[in-house]
Design a binder for this molecule. Structure first.
Ligand code: NDP
Length: 284
């Protein structure tokens, strides 16, 4: 079974659009997401364009503040300060990566945690690990939604996450644990990675290496979630971290790239923006 993140996203966005229209009537304005884009990295520009399109589909107002790569850290922090203070802005997203002269951690920490739609603020990260209400990071949240929509039973399963980044590997491991999976997190220093991945009933791969996971690394019947977004060095086309053609026949469930996890990340960003907006509106 191939899980289409694209189809699930389309369904979820349609549901959100109906809800947002009702909220707008009730609260007098639509949610607002403001994206800050520094520089013109083609990957970042394309992600920001995708986010703007999703906002339009859902009825979230969105603004992109574009600044050149030469912007100073101080100027960027001052933009964030203004957005933090602006009651009409519900969600703030600074597109990463930032140029080297800017301290990413400092910028993320400067965003008010109530407006941190990415779930990257240290207090939101802490809340995730302490099981308190917070903005969950979008990609891990989207992965859990995909698994549930595919009817995958997570509780009691052996889940292996390959990759331990702050934005994908670690939080998806935590969310799988919260769903009562028994989780192993593997990384570049893991010995005999293939033996570890073969032990997985649910395998999540987030490493950024094209077609790294081959058929011999997967046991028959495994649920395979491919987070990677890479350029295939031979064809130049997008591909995942999993050798899809070789692994798909062995997997019970698998996500394609593109059209798997990627659309769900953006859909969860929409959901997080609506949640931030609702928390503000309901507190009034
Ligand atoms: P990072 O580069 O931050 O982390 C990569 C992780 O993979 C590290 O923990 C690293 O281990 C591990 N790793 C690298 N090489 C190997 C290897 N040979 N064997 C085992 N582990 C390895 O990447 P991200 O987590 O940010 O992203 C991972 C991938 O997911 C990328 O392709 C990215 O584009 C994609 N992505 C997709 C999203 C989507 O919405 N679809 C969203 C975010 C990311 P170590 O810690 O030891 O260095």
């Amino acid at each position: 079974m191939i899980i289409s993140g694209k189809d699930l996203s389309a369904r979820l966005k349609a549901e959100m659009a109906t809800r947002v229209a009702a909220y707008e009537k009730k609260y007098g304005r639509a949610p607002q997401l403001t994206v800050v884009l520094v520089g013109e990295d083609p990957g970042s520009v394309s992600y920001v364009t995708g986010k703007a399109k999703a906002c339009e589909a859902v009825g979230i107002r969105n603004t992109t503040i574009r600044r050149p790569e030469s912007i100073s850290e101080e100027e960027l922090l001052s933009i964030i300060g203004e957005l933090n203070a602006d009651d009409a802005v519900d969600g703030i997203l600074v597109q990463l990566p930032l140029p080297r002269h800017i301290d990413e951690n400092k910028v993320i920490a400067a965003i008010r945690k109530e407006k941190d739609v990415d779930g990257f603020h240290p207090l939101n990260v802490a809340a995730l690990w302490m099981k308190q209400p917070c903005s969950l990071p979008c990609t891990p949240k989207g992965i859990i939604k995909l698994l549930k929509a595919a009817g995958v039973e997570i509780a009691g399963k052996r889940a292996v996450v390959v990759g331990r980044s702050n934005i994908v590997g670690l939080p998806v491991g935590k969310l799988l644990m919260d769903e009562n999976a028994t989780v192993t997190v593997a990384h570049s220093r893991t010995k005999d990675l293939a033996a570890v991945t073969r032990g997985a009933e649910i395998l999540v791969v987030a490493i950024g290496r094209p077609k790294f996971v081959t058929a011999d690394m997967v046991t028959n019947g495994t649920v395979v979630i491919d987070v990677g977004v890479n350029r295939n060095p031979e064809t130049g086309k997008l591909c995942g971290d999993v050798d899809y053609a070789a692994v798909e026949p062995k997997a019970s469930v698998i996500t394609p790239v593109p059209g798997g996890v990627g659309p769900m990340t953006i859909t969860c960003l929409m959901e997080n923006t609506i949640e931030c907006y609702l928390r503000t509106m309901e507190a009034r």
